[in-house]
Design a protein around this ligand. Sequence first.
Ligand SMILES: Nc1ncnc2c1ncn2[C@@H]1O[C@H](COP(=O)(O)OP(=O)(O)OP(=O)(O)O)[C@@H](O)[C@H]1O
Ligand SMILES: [Mg+2]
Length: 481
Amino acid sequence: MPFDPAGLLRAHAALRQRELIQRRGRVGDVIGLIIEATGLEAEIGELCWVGDPRRGARVPTEVVGFRSGRTLLMPLGELGGIGPGTPVEPTGSPFRVTVGPQLLGRVIDGLGNPLDGGGPIATGMWRSTTAPPPDAFTRPRIRDRVGLGVRALDTLVPCGRGQRLGIFAGSGVGKSSLLGMIARYTTAQVNVIGLVGERGREVREFIERDLGDALEHSVVVVATSDQPALVRIRAAFTATAIAEYFRDEGSDVMLMMDSVTRFAMAQREVGLAIGEPPATRGYTPSVFALLPRLLERAGTSPDGSITGLYTVLVDGDDMNEPIADAVRSILDGHVVLTRALAHAGHYPAIDVLQSVSRLITEIITPEIQRAGQHVRSAMAAYRDKEDLISIGAYQRGTDPLADVAIDNRLALNEFLRQAVDDPTAAQQADAMLLELDAAMGGSARAQQSTTEAPPAAETGEPGETAAAGTPGASPELSLVA
Ligand SMILES: Nc1ncnc2c1ncn2[C@@H]1O[C@H](COP(=O)(O)OP(=O)(O)OP(=O)(O)O)[C@@H](O)[C@H]1O
Ligand SMILES: [Mg+2]
């Protein structure tokens, strides 16, 4: 073939115009977890490969910021074999994971790789892990309850299909057990479970002990605490993106994230590394900007729904800790688990009086709401007098509502306590609540007929009684511990 200089020039020009070649950069400095690259043209969130392909494995990294004309990258893997001048190649797109029904029953890492030894995952559709939340005006309103299988929740803190609830608890109070219980008994069709920043030991424990057979219709995304901060953040977004895929396919999805606090801590690590100023408790402003971008993606869409359950660790039961505060203000309700109840062996350790579902009026009938109110009032009255009751100084008749709670404590506890392998369908739980309310109303009416006292203003329950005597309720009454 004759030499064609014009053709060579054309080929050279075409090569120069190839976007990726122009945008390629090189590693300048590596400080801590941050790689500074020069000559790179990439956008925030873009995935870049760092390493020389001829020398071996390359490390996936993500653009996390810019400083004085340099691009700041953080690794999504181990930082090995990287030195000054190592090539950095942008991929032109943000991080994506493969999604599809083949994920059901699988356990994957934050980057979508299988962790369960079940072989490679067939490639399906690719989906960016970042996405905008469903449009506020096309989101159908939440009107139906999704059954969680847990009596105390379904009747007193019900969760709507597409609602987002926070589960606030200290460590070891029973979050994982409760999530496993819900995953097994919920009426949602698909579970997507993100375990973010968990200890490695707990992962198998959760999958085998808490989740059990429910794994068949679940996808578990795991990033343990030893993984790089970005991988822990990605895991939360990957789980959300997988849930979005199933929602787009028309399913009702239960998305569970354990825990949002560890997700926030990972973003704090990233923020501090790129030089953001620490604000409250060392959390950087980007943490508070990122939280709604994660939590707002659950919810209803015209096709399906994602019901979101997000756990929040509250150290020393400090409910006003900044992450707890921020998450509570974004979500549509919160469930509080307390150590006192767990210590009393009252499981699930749900403190009903501190827990709120903001959509309760939309999703359960007025009859159940009323019955729930009666039960709550009696529990509140009991808690108010609890110190007196426990030392035997409570005068029966001082507060008729507290008397009702004392008289019905066994039935109340039986209703609120539930073993993990004892599911109750939501309708059945409703019937049990009505029965409990009838029994409590009955005992209150009995008191009223003996005393003919005026009704208490707060609830319409019968009022004070003159009956004396101190029953000195047993201290093991844990419902309001
Ligand atoms: N419903 C339950 N019935 C009986 N025991 C329970 C129940 N829920 C939790 N427990 C007990 O509490 C322990 C801790 O529960 P779990 O692992 O669910 O807590 P956690 O809040 O997820 O803890 P961590 O903060 O370590 O993740 C369990 O090992 C079990 O002994
Ligand atoms: Mg746990």
